[in-house]
Ligand binder design. Structure first.
Ligand SMILES: NC(=O)C1=CN([C@@H]2O[C@H](COP(=O)(O)OP(=O)(O)OC[C@H]3O[C@@H](n4cnc5c(N)ncnc54)[C@H](OP(=O)(O)O)[C@@H]3O)[C@@H](O)[C@H]2O)C=CC1
Ligand SMILES: O=C(O)[C@@H]1CCC=N1
Length: 282
Protein backbone atom coordinates (compact mmCIF):
# COMPACT_ATOMS: atom_id res chain seq x y z
CA UNK A 1 0.00 0.00 0.00
CA UNK A 2 1.38 3.44 -0.90
CA UNK A 3 0.93 5.66 2.08
CA UNK A 4 0.80 9.37 1.55
CA UNK A 5 -1.09 10.23 4.72
CA UNK A 6 -1.60 8.47 8.04
CA UNK A 7 -4.38 9.89 10.22
CA UNK A 8 -3.69 8.92 13.83
CA UNK A 9 -6.94 9.35 15.77
CA UNK A 10 -9.76 9.80 13.29
CA UNK A 11 -12.65 11.38 15.15
CA UNK A 12 -14.57 14.62 14.49
CA UNK A 13 -11.60 16.70 13.34
CA UNK A 14 -9.28 14.28 11.56
CA UNK A 15 -12.40 12.61 10.11
CA UNK A 16 -13.49 15.98 8.69
CA UNK A 17 -10.01 16.56 7.20
CA UNK A 18 -9.95 13.07 5.72
CA UNK A 19 -13.46 13.53 4.31
CA UNK A 20 -12.46 16.90 2.84
CA UNK A 21 -9.35 15.46 1.19
CA UNK A 22 -11.31 12.53 -0.26
CA UNK A 23 -14.01 14.91 -1.57
CA UNK A 24 -11.25 17.00 -3.17
CA UNK A 25 -10.04 13.91 -5.06
CA UNK A 26 -7.30 12.55 -2.79
CA UNK A 27 -7.05 8.79 -3.51
CA UNK A 28 -8.39 6.63 -0.66
CA UNK A 29 -5.66 4.07 -1.29
CA UNK A 30 -3.10 6.69 -0.23
CA UNK A 31 -4.69 7.02 3.21
CA UNK A 32 -4.43 4.92 6.33
CA UNK A 33 -6.21 5.78 9.56
CA UNK A 34 -6.21 4.73 13.20
CA UNK A 35 -8.80 5.00 15.96
CA UNK A 36 -8.98 3.58 19.45
CA UNK A 37 -12.02 1.30 19.29
CA UNK A 38 -12.93 -1.45 16.84
CA UNK A 39 -16.49 -0.05 16.40
CA UNK A 40 -15.07 3.29 15.23
CA UNK A 41 -12.70 1.48 12.84
CA UNK A 42 -15.58 -0.40 11.20
CA UNK A 43 -17.66 2.76 10.97
CA UNK A 44 -14.87 4.79 9.33
CA UNK A 45 -13.83 1.98 7.00
CA UNK A 46 -17.38 1.59 5.70
CA UNK A 47 -18.04 5.34 5.46
CA UNK A 48 -14.79 6.35 3.73
CA UNK A 49 -13.43 3.14 2.26
CA UNK A 50 -9.96 3.69 3.70
CA UNK A 51 -7.75 1.25 5.61
CA UNK A 52 -8.35 1.66 9.36
CA UNK A 53 -6.71 0.04 12.38
CA UNK A 54 -7.95 0.08 15.97
CA UNK A 55 -5.42 0.76 18.74
CA UNK A 56 -7.40 -1.39 21.19
CA UNK A 57 -6.83 -4.38 18.91
CA UNK A 58 -3.27 -3.64 17.79
CA UNK A 59 -1.23 -1.60 20.21
CA UNK A 60 1.33 -0.79 17.53
CA UNK A 61 -1.36 0.42 15.08
CA UNK A 62 -0.18 4.04 15.18
CA UNK A 63 3.40 2.95 14.48
CA UNK A 64 2.23 0.63 11.69
CA UNK A 65 0.24 3.46 10.12
CA UNK A 66 3.06 6.00 10.46
CA UNK A 67 5.77 3.74 9.09
CA UNK A 68 6.60 4.89 5.54
CA UNK A 69 3.95 7.66 5.49
CA UNK A 70 4.92 10.93 3.83
CA UNK A 71 2.67 12.88 6.21
CA UNK A 72 1.28 11.90 9.60
CA UNK A 73 -1.68 13.86 10.99
CA UNK A 74 -2.12 13.44 14.74
CA UNK A 75 -5.77 14.00 15.70
CA UNK A 76 -6.20 12.50 19.15
CA UNK A 77 -7.28 14.60 22.17
CA UNK A 78 -4.51 16.92 23.48
CA UNK A 79 -3.82 14.69 26.48
CA UNK A 80 -3.12 11.73 24.15
CA UNK A 81 -0.78 13.47 21.71
CA UNK A 82 2.51 12.83 23.55
CA UNK A 83 1.79 9.09 23.87
CA UNK A 84 0.98 8.77 20.16
CA UNK A 85 4.11 10.76 19.28
CA UNK A 86 6.21 8.41 21.42
CA UNK A 87 4.65 5.38 19.74
CA UNK A 88 5.52 6.58 16.25
CA UNK A 89 8.91 8.17 17.00
CA UNK A 90 10.96 4.97 16.41
CA UNK A 91 9.47 4.32 12.96
CA UNK A 92 9.36 7.82 11.48
CA UNK A 93 11.41 8.57 8.42
CA UNK A 94 13.38 11.84 8.79
CA UNK A 95 11.42 13.20 5.82
CA UNK A 96 7.96 12.47 7.29
CA UNK A 97 6.09 15.66 8.11
CA UNK A 98 4.26 15.34 11.43
CA UNK A 99 1.14 17.51 11.46
CA UNK A 100 -0.81 18.05 14.67
CA UNK A 101 -4.38 19.32 14.77
CA UNK A 102 -4.50 19.26 18.58
CA UNK A 103 -5.50 22.40 20.43
CA UNK A 104 -3.12 23.56 23.13
CA UNK A 105 -0.25 21.16 22.35
CA UNK A 106 2.70 23.42 21.59
CA UNK A 107 5.29 22.72 18.93
CA UNK A 108 7.86 22.34 21.71
CA UNK A 109 5.68 19.77 23.52
CA UNK A 110 5.29 17.75 20.34
CA UNK A 111 8.88 18.05 19.12
CA UNK A 112 10.34 16.80 22.41
CA UNK A 113 8.58 13.44 21.90
CA UNK A 114 9.87 13.03 18.32
CA UNK A 115 13.31 12.32 16.84
CA UNK A 116 15.62 15.32 16.75
CA UNK A 117 15.17 17.24 13.50
CA UNK A 118 11.68 15.88 12.66
CA UNK A 119 9.65 18.33 10.56
CA UNK A 120 6.51 19.35 12.50
CA UNK A 121 3.59 21.57 11.51
CA UNK A 122 1.08 22.62 14.17
CA UNK A 123 -2.37 23.38 12.79
CA UNK A 124 -5.72 24.62 14.01
CA UNK A 125 -8.37 23.43 11.57
CA UNK A 126 -12.16 23.43 11.88
CA UNK A 127 -14.81 20.88 10.94
CA UNK A 128 -16.28 22.63 7.86
CA UNK A 129 -13.05 21.36 6.25
CA UNK A 130 -15.12 18.29 5.40
CA UNK A 131 -17.06 20.42 2.90
CA UNK A 132 -14.04 22.35 1.62
CA UNK A 133 -15.29 25.36 3.63
CA UNK A 134 -12.93 25.09 6.56
CA UNK A 135 -10.21 27.29 7.95
CA UNK A 136 -6.76 25.89 8.74
CA UNK A 137 -4.32 28.10 10.63
CA UNK A 138 -0.83 26.62 10.72
CA UNK A 139 2.61 27.27 12.17
CA UNK A 140 5.92 25.71 11.19
CA UNK A 141 7.92 23.73 13.72
CA UNK A 142 11.61 24.23 14.38
CA UNK A 143 12.74 21.86 11.62
CA UNK A 144 9.97 22.45 9.06
CA UNK A 145 11.35 24.10 5.94
CA UNK A 146 9.42 26.42 3.61
CA UNK A 147 9.00 23.35 1.36
CA UNK A 148 7.37 21.39 4.19
CA UNK A 149 5.00 24.29 4.88
CA UNK A 150 4.18 24.65 1.18
CA UNK A 151 3.53 20.91 0.91
CA UNK A 152 1.04 20.94 3.79
CA UNK A 153 -0.58 24.17 2.53
CA UNK A 154 -1.03 22.56 -0.88
CA UNK A 155 -2.36 19.32 0.56
CA UNK A 156 -4.87 21.19 2.75
CA UNK A 157 -5.83 23.76 0.09
CA UNK A 158 -8.91 21.69 -0.82
CA UNK A 159 -10.17 22.04 2.76
CA UNK A 160 -10.80 25.78 2.54
CA UNK A 161 -8.80 28.80 3.69
CA UNK A 162 -5.26 27.93 4.81
CA UNK A 163 -3.32 30.66 6.64
CA UNK A 164 0.11 30.61 8.22
CA UNK A 165 0.31 32.37 11.59
CA UNK A 166 2.98 32.68 14.29
CA UNK A 167 2.54 29.91 16.87
CA UNK A 168 1.70 32.53 19.49
CA UNK A 169 -1.52 33.22 17.55
CA UNK A 170 -2.72 29.62 17.22
CA UNK A 171 -4.70 29.74 20.50
CA UNK A 172 -6.47 32.90 19.28
CA UNK A 173 -7.22 31.22 15.94
CA UNK A 174 -8.56 28.26 17.91
CA UNK A 175 -10.87 30.58 19.88
CA UNK A 176 -12.25 32.13 16.66
CA UNK A 177 -12.11 29.64 13.79
CA UNK A 178 -11.38 26.35 15.59
CA UNK A 179 -14.29 26.66 18.01
CA UNK A 180 -16.22 29.10 15.80
CA UNK A 181 -18.46 26.58 14.02
CA UNK A 182 -19.88 25.72 17.47
CA UNK A 183 -20.70 29.41 18.03
CA UNK A 184 -22.61 29.53 14.73
CA UNK A 185 -24.48 26.31 15.60
CA UNK A 186 -25.24 27.78 19.03
CA UNK A 187 -26.71 30.86 17.34
CA UNK A 188 -28.91 28.64 15.15
CA UNK A 189 -29.99 26.73 18.26
CA UNK A 190 -30.84 29.95 20.13
CA UNK A 191 -32.75 31.33 17.13
CA UNK A 192 -34.80 28.13 16.92
CA UNK A 193 -35.63 28.38 20.64
CA UNK A 194 -36.57 32.04 20.18
CA UNK A 195 -38.90 31.05 17.34
CA UNK A 196 -40.58 28.50 19.57
CA UNK A 197 -41.01 31.15 22.27
CA UNK A 198 -42.78 33.29 19.67
CA UNK A 199 -45.26 30.47 19.09
CA UNK A 200 -43.76 28.66 16.08
CA UNK A 201 -43.91 24.90 15.99
CA UNK A 202 -40.51 23.47 17.10
CA UNK A 203 -39.79 21.77 13.76
CA UNK A 204 -40.66 24.86 11.77
CA UNK A 205 -38.63 27.11 14.09
CA UNK A 206 -35.58 24.88 13.60
CA UNK A 207 -35.98 24.84 9.81
CA UNK A 208 -36.30 28.64 9.68
CA UNK A 209 -33.27 29.14 11.94
CA UNK A 210 -31.14 26.57 10.13
CA UNK A 211 -31.86 27.79 6.62
CA UNK A 212 -31.36 31.40 7.71
CA UNK A 213 -27.89 30.73 9.13
CA UNK A 214 -27.03 28.70 6.01
CA UNK A 215 -28.28 31.50 3.72
CA UNK A 216 -26.38 34.15 5.66
CA UNK A 217 -23.25 31.97 5.41
CA UNK A 218 -23.65 31.76 1.65
CA UNK A 219 -23.89 35.56 1.46
CA UNK A 220 -20.75 35.89 3.55
CA UNK A 221 -19.07 33.54 1.09
CA UNK A 222 -19.48 35.97 -1.81
CA UNK A 223 -16.28 37.75 -2.89
CA UNK A 224 -15.62 40.87 -0.82
CA UNK A 225 -18.56 40.22 1.51
CA UNK A 226 -18.55 42.50 4.55
CA UNK A 227 -20.61 41.39 7.58
CA UNK A 228 -21.32 44.98 8.62
CA UNK A 229 -22.64 45.98 5.17
CA UNK A 230 -24.68 42.77 4.93
CA UNK A 231 -26.22 43.41 8.37
CA UNK A 232 -27.04 47.01 7.47
CA UNK A 233 -28.79 45.86 4.28
CA UNK A 234 -31.23 43.85 6.41
CA UNK A 235 -31.69 46.56 9.04
CA UNK A 236 -34.26 49.04 7.75
CA UNK A 237 -34.21 52.41 9.55
CA UNK A 238 -37.05 52.41 12.11
CA UNK A 239 -37.83 48.82 11.08
CA UNK A 240 -38.00 45.57 13.01
CA UNK A 241 -34.40 44.28 12.77
CA UNK A 242 -33.15 47.54 14.27
CA UNK A 243 -35.06 46.76 17.46
CA UNK A 244 -33.53 43.28 17.71
CA UNK A 245 -30.00 44.63 17.17
CA UNK A 246 -30.66 47.42 19.72
CA UNK A 247 -31.49 44.77 22.35
CA UNK A 248 -28.40 42.70 21.40
CA UNK A 249 -26.22 45.81 21.78
CA UNK A 250 -27.86 46.93 25.03
CA UNK A 251 -27.41 43.46 26.52
CA UNK A 252 -23.75 43.49 25.43
CA UNK A 253 -23.80 40.56 23.00
CA UNK A 254 -20.52 41.59 21.24
CA UNK A 255 -18.79 41.76 24.64
CA UNK A 256 -20.25 38.38 25.58
CA UNK A 257 -18.81 36.86 22.40
CA UNK A 258 -15.44 38.49 23.08
CA UNK A 259 -15.53 37.11 26.65
CA UNK A 260 -16.35 33.65 25.31
CA UNK A 261 -13.42 33.76 22.91
CA UNK A 262 -11.15 34.94 25.75
CA UNK A 263 -12.33 32.02 27.88
CA UNK A 264 -11.53 29.59 25.04
CA UNK A 265 -8.05 31.08 24.70
CA UNK A 266 -7.45 30.95 28.47
CA UNK A 267 -8.50 27.28 28.52
CA UNK A 268 -6.04 26.54 25.73
CA UNK A 269 -3.22 28.13 27.73
CA UNK A 270 -4.33 26.21 30.82
CA UNK A 271 -4.30 22.87 28.95
CA UNK A 272 -0.75 23.62 27.70
CA UNK A 273 0.36 24.15 31.31
CA UNK A 274 -1.49 21.02 32.48
CA UNK A 275 0.29 18.92 29.85
CA UNK A 276 3.68 20.19 31.09
CA UNK A 277 2.70 19.56 34.71
CA UNK A 278 1.50 16.02 33.93
CA UNK A 279 4.78 15.23 32.15
CA UNK A 280 6.86 16.58 35.04
CA UNK A 281 4.75 14.57 37.50
CA UNK A 282 5.03 11.35 35.47
N1 LIG B 1 -13.57 18.84 16.99
C1 LIG B 1 -13.14 19.99 16.48
O1 LIG B 1 -13.92 20.80 15.93
C2 LIG B 1 -11.67 20.34 16.56
C3 LIG B 1 -10.77 19.52 17.20
N2 LIG B 1 -9.43 19.84 17.22
C4 LIG B 1 -8.49 18.94 17.87
O2 LIG B 1 -8.63 17.66 17.28
C5 LIG B 1 -8.24 16.66 18.21
C6 LIG B 1 -9.30 15.57 18.23
O3 LIG B 1 -10.53 16.15 18.63
P1 LIG B 1 -11.90 15.52 18.12
O4 LIG B 1 -11.75 15.05 16.74
O5 LIG B 1 -12.94 16.51 18.45
O6 LIG B 1 -12.02 14.28 19.13
P2 LIG B 1 -12.71 12.87 18.88
O7 LIG B 1 -12.95 12.30 20.23
O8 LIG B 1 -13.87 13.02 17.96
O9 LIG B 1 -11.59 12.04 18.11
C7 LIG B 1 -10.48 11.49 18.76
C8 LIG B 1 -10.05 10.30 17.97
O10 LIG B 1 -8.87 9.76 18.53
C9 LIG B 1 -9.02 8.34 18.57
N3 LIG B 1 -8.07 7.81 19.54
C10 LIG B 1 -8.08 7.93 20.90
N4 LIG B 1 -6.98 7.31 21.40
C11 LIG B 1 -6.29 6.80 20.35
C12 LIG B 1 -5.09 6.06 20.22
N5 LIG B 1 -4.33 5.73 21.28
N6 LIG B 1 -4.67 5.72 18.99
C13 LIG B 1 -5.38 6.05 17.88
N7 LIG B 1 -6.53 6.76 17.93
C14 LIG B 1 -6.98 7.12 19.16
C15 LIG B 1 -10.47 8.13 18.88
O11 LIG B 1 -10.87 6.81 18.59
P3 LIG B 1 -12.31 6.25 19.04
O12 LIG B 1 -13.31 6.96 18.16
O13 LIG B 1 -12.27 4.81 18.74
O14 LIG B 1 -12.49 6.57 20.49
C16 LIG B 1 -11.07 9.16 17.93
O15 LIG B 1 -11.13 8.66 16.63
C17 LIG B 1 -8.09 17.33 19.57
O16 LIG B 1 -6.73 17.42 19.90
C18 LIG B 1 -8.72 18.71 19.36
O17 LIG B 1 -8.09 19.71 20.13
C19 LIG B 1 -8.95 20.96 16.59
C20 LIG B 1 -9.79 21.79 15.96
C21 LIG B 1 -11.23 21.59 15.91
O1 LIG C 1 -13.06 22.31 21.90
C1 LIG C 1 -11.89 22.03 21.64
O2 LIG C 1 -11.05 21.91 22.55
C2 LIG C 1 -11.47 21.84 20.20
C3 LIG C 1 -10.44 22.86 19.78
C4 LIG C 1 -11.16 23.80 18.86
C5 LIG C 1 -12.44 23.15 18.63
N1 LIG C 1 -12.57 22.07 19.33
Amino acid sequence: MSKQIAFLGTGSMNGAIMGGLLAAGFPKTDIVATVRRRESASEIASRYGVAVMAWDEEEDSNAQAARGAATVVIGVKPVGVAAVAREIAPVLSPSTVVVSVAAAVSIEQLERELPEGQPVIRTMPNTPARLGKGVVALSAGTHATREHVAKVQKMFSGLGLVVEVPEAQIAAASAISGSGPAYAFYLAEAMAKAGEALGLDAGLALRLARETVVGAGYMLDEPGADPVALRKAVTSPKGTTEQAIRVFDERGLPAIIADGARAALARSEQITRELDAAREGA
